[in-house]
Ligand binder design. Structure first.
Ligand code: 1YM
Length: 818
């Protein structure tokens, strides 16, 4: 019964009118406590903003009015979301006297969803209709363009306040067109992270396209030239095939079950592979439910019931001594369970668990019937699946015996701990830490350097077994893994794992900052994630952060965690006890420090554009060009400016070894132009587009501000006098700043650590193990499907998906293996 529906985007519902919107709260609350509304103000929250806006467009698609959604990331990290739905309503609210669109973006709880009962407004996203207002509150600016009633309307906000109420811009070229375009720029004052990660967004939109069969979602990154289009007519079946692409499926097509009952829709796709892990992902109204809930438990119950019944009637289980558990049946299974329902209820601390109790029975009976029919109609596949479950049960039994054996053996041993390990004296696990160290030599230093009272050290030799490719019994035969499990104390496996026996509440992985180190770290994390996930979930696993630099001059010694810290220290160092004059005027040390900081901020800020843009070009544009949004709109002026740039870079070519090429493209839709730029170096070509609105963006303004703060000093004369030495003179801020950084290094020995082995026991203690100085990174699993993908693709045995993964993540890898 390879079931599938033709489309899941169905027409629905009543037309909206502005009176239905209810107004509750202002946006100040959101700016004061952003975390309450979007979780955090780091990476996750930043990306969440995009999802909120896209969710509104997806809702419009679910309602049957929108076919395509486009997302564009601009060079200044603002984002545009375009849909071809009905357009947000533009009529006036009867009592609030502002447009409906303004209300949607400025009042919490102003979503159509809060209409009277009977509304067909579905919710795809997390904030239940208040998303747009929250994003607006947390944005530096928002621009909304609505095509409706044959006209283009526009509305602008800055930090949540409407600076330009809804106005009609003019008639549309194609009056029948409708749709909404929202461009927003997350507020730098609120978010700690400002750069959108293309891959994060892509993963989410791919998932959304899978979950909304037929919906076309395209994404474009103007900071590079990357783009992707997602549209899956196969929906969840294609989703499962995608998730299993690095694995080997044991039956051909995923099993698909789709059914609706009253207001409830259930859609499931599943496929077994020869791997040992289980991937079960639930969605309720397209919202991910990592905490599981009633849809997941209904699914599990049905699967166990049907497969057990099938096993009982099958000849395959005749000589089987043990029973097959639900876990055995789900070994190697990848399944997506998506339900759509009218009234969502979430449970659990993080509200990520579906609570609607009626869903359990509905899913249970639908899956039960669907699977039974499937097994009857596909006996070969049914047998293959049953055989896999029997294998899993046998392996579990074998592992249990192996464990029993080791347990008996370990009782005979004096301590039951690995011989190479150095334990701590303290017995209270909440005070104890274990350092898992790469190699015997670093292990030796760690043993000598540690605090014996509460720090244990376990050196591991070389690379541990890759558990992604090995089953339980083989894994238990591996010496390094055995040691690790013995040391941790909890034992392993569903029947034996006991978190109460955990001997250390901090398990710290300490490996070198190189490729091997990161591989070993990944192997250890694979083991922990696959076999002892509770340790990660409960926050017991950490990664040590050895410093990257050591500064030593005479008797003074400093460890600095990264380049930024090193630089700040060098400037501080060089400026102390000096007298400084700029163009003959005395200047306070504090002011000179600020000036250098501004200069470094400017150069670093410029530099940060080099990944997606080009620093040299940006610098030239800021310092020597007339480019602006207005100029970009005017083709003749734009071409003159670009010719000047072209000429300049042509002259510089022998120095820069880069070829720049500028082309102008007409952007008819927005009545402006775009600059297409190619930068050619010997190593690679970079291409990007620059639109006029970049020059109006606050990020560009930031750069210009930075530049304004230093430009009067760029050609100034700096005279610096140090104790017991002659005055030195520098022409220009560049030379002065360079001197200060160099002078900060004078007479010092700056060491860049490559491996732990380069540190002696005292250094290792001081920098990495001493709780007073060290920084530990806590390991967290944010998204379990994503984690499964990373481990199965990276550590599995299919070559092509891995090659692709490494290629797509080349930039990130660069950051990992410094
Ligand atoms: C790029 C973001 O927000 N599209 C969008 C939003 C709405 C509608 C259409 C819409 C909904 C309804 C009626 C309705 C919203 N409207 C509201 C509210 N894209 C994007 N497209 N007409 C148009 O739900 O009845 C909130 S969102 F509240 F005004 F109805």
């Amino acid at each position: 019964m390879e079931n599938s529906t033709s489309t899941s985007i169905s027409k629905a519902g009543s037309e909206y009118n502005a009176g239905q919107i209810k107004v509750l709260e202002g946006l100040e609350a959101v700016r004061k406590r952003p975390g309450m509304y979007i979780g955090d103000t780091a990476n996750r929250g930043l990306h969440h903003c995009v999802y909120e806006i896209v969710d509104n467009a997806v809702d419009e698609a679910l309602a049957g009015y929108c076919n395509e959604i486009k997302i564009i990331i601009h060079v200044d990290n603002s984002v545009t979301v375009v849909d071809d739905g009905r357009g947000i309503p533009v009529d006036m609210h009867p009592t609030e006297k502002v447009s409906a669109a303004e209300l949607v973006y400025s009042k919490l709880h102003a979503g159509g969803k809060f209409n009277e009962e009977g509304s067909a407004y579905k919710v795809s996203g997390g904030l239940h209709g208040v998303g747009a207002a929250v994003v607006n509150a947390l944005s530096k600016w928002v621009k909304i363009e609505i095509k409706k009633h044959g006209k283009l309307h526009e509305l602008r906000f800055e930090r949540g306040k409407a600076v330009k109420p809804l106005v009609e811009i003019g008639p549309l070229d194609k009056p029948e067109e409708t749709g909404t375009t929202v461009t927003f720029k997350p507020d730098n004052e609120i978010f700690e992270v400002h750069e959108f990660n293309y891959d994060t967004l892509v993963n989410r939109f791919r998932e959304m396209a899978f979950l909304n069969k037929g919906l076309k979602i395209s994404i474009k990154d103007e900071r590079s030239d990357r783009k992707d289009v997602f549209q899956y007519n196969g929906g969840l079946v294609e989703f499962v095939e995608y998730l299993n692409r690095a694995k080997t499926a044991i039956h051909k097509k995923p099993i698909s079950i789709t059914q609706s009952k009253e207001d409830y829709e259930v859609e499931i796709a599943m496929q077994w592979t020869d791997s040992y892990s289980e991937v079960l992902s639930g969605y309720a109204n397209a919202i991910c439910t990592p905490g599981g809930g009633t849809h997941i438990s209904g699914f599990k119950t049905a699967l166990t019931r049907v497969l057990n019944q099938y096993a009982k009637d099958s000849a395959l289980t005749k000589n089987l001594k043990m029973s097959i558990t639900g876990d055995d049946m789900r070994e190697g299974l990848t399944a997506i369970i998506s339900v759509k329902l009218p009234e969502l209820q979430f449970e659990g601390q993080t509200k990520d668990k579906l609570g609607n109790s009626e869903v359990e029975g509905i899913v249970n009976s639908l899956v039960g019937d669907g699977l039974k029919t499937f097994f009857e109609e596909n006996p070969d596949t049914a047998k293959t699946i049953l055989r896999k479950s029997i294998d899993a049960a046998s392996a579990r039994e074998a592992a249990r015996k192996a464990r029993e054996l080791t347990r008996r053996k370990s009782v005979l041993e004096v301590s039951g701990l690995p011989g190479k390990m150095a334990d701590c004296q303290e017995k209270d696990p909440s005070k104890c830490e274990i350092y898992i160290v790469e190699g015997d030599s670093a292990g030796g230093s760690a043993k000598q350097g540690r605090d014996r009272k509460n720090q244990a050290v376990l050196p591991l030799k070389g690379k541990i077994l890759n558990v992604e490719k090995a089953r339980f019994d083989k894994m238990l035969g591996n010496n390094e893994i055995k040691m690790l499990i013995q040391a941790i104390g909890t034992s392993i496996g569903k029947d034996n794992f006991d978190i109460a026996k955990l001997r250390y509440h901090k398990i710290v992985i300490m490996t070198d900052a190189d490729v091997d180190g990161s591989h070993i770290r990944t192997l250890i994390l694979t083991l922990l994630y696959r076999q002892l996930p509770e340790l990660i979930e409960q926050g017991y696993v950490y990664i040590a952060q050895p410093p990257l630099y050591r500064y030593k001059r005479g008797k003074s010694e400093r460890y600095l965690k990264d380049e930024k810290a090193l630089e700040a220290f060098l400037v501080e160092n060089s400026l102390s006890d000096t007298i400084l004059m700029i163009d003959g005027k005395n200047i306070e040390i504090e002011d000179s420090r600020k000036l250098i900081n501004k200069y470094r901020a400017y150069t670093k800020n410029l530099q940060s554009y080099d990944i997606h843009f080009d620093t040299m070009l940006l610098k030239r544009i800021i310092e020597n060009s007339e480019l602006s949004n207005e100029v970009v709109k005017d083709r003749a002026k734009l071409e003159t400016e670009l010719e000047k740039l072209q000429k300049y870079f042509k002259e510089q070519e022998h120095k820069t070894l880069k070829k720049y090429n500028f082309e102008v493209f007409e952007d008819k839709e927005h009545g402006t132009n775009q600059i297409k730029i190619t930068v050619q170096t010997t190593a690679r070509n970079k291409k990007f587009k620059l639109g006029g609105h970049f020059f109006d963006s606050p990020d560009y303004a930031d750069l210009v501000n930075n530049y304004d703060g230093i430009k009067n000093f760029l050609k100034a004369r700096f005279e610096i006098t140090r104790e017991k030495s002659e005055m030195q003179t520098f022409e220009g801020l560049d030379a002065f700043a360079l001197h200060i950084l160099e002078d900060g290094k004078a007479g010092a020995y700056i060491q860049r650590y490559k491996g732990l082995g380069e540190m002696n026991p005292e250094q290792l203690w001081e920098t990495t193990m001493n709780p007073e100085n060290r920084t530990l990174l806590q390991v967290k699993i944010e998204d379990s499907i994503e984690a499964d993908q990373v481990f199965s693709v990276l550590m599995g045995d299919q070559v092509e998906p891995r090659r692709q993964f490494v290629e797509e993540n080349a930039l990130n890898v660069r950051n990992l293996d410094v």
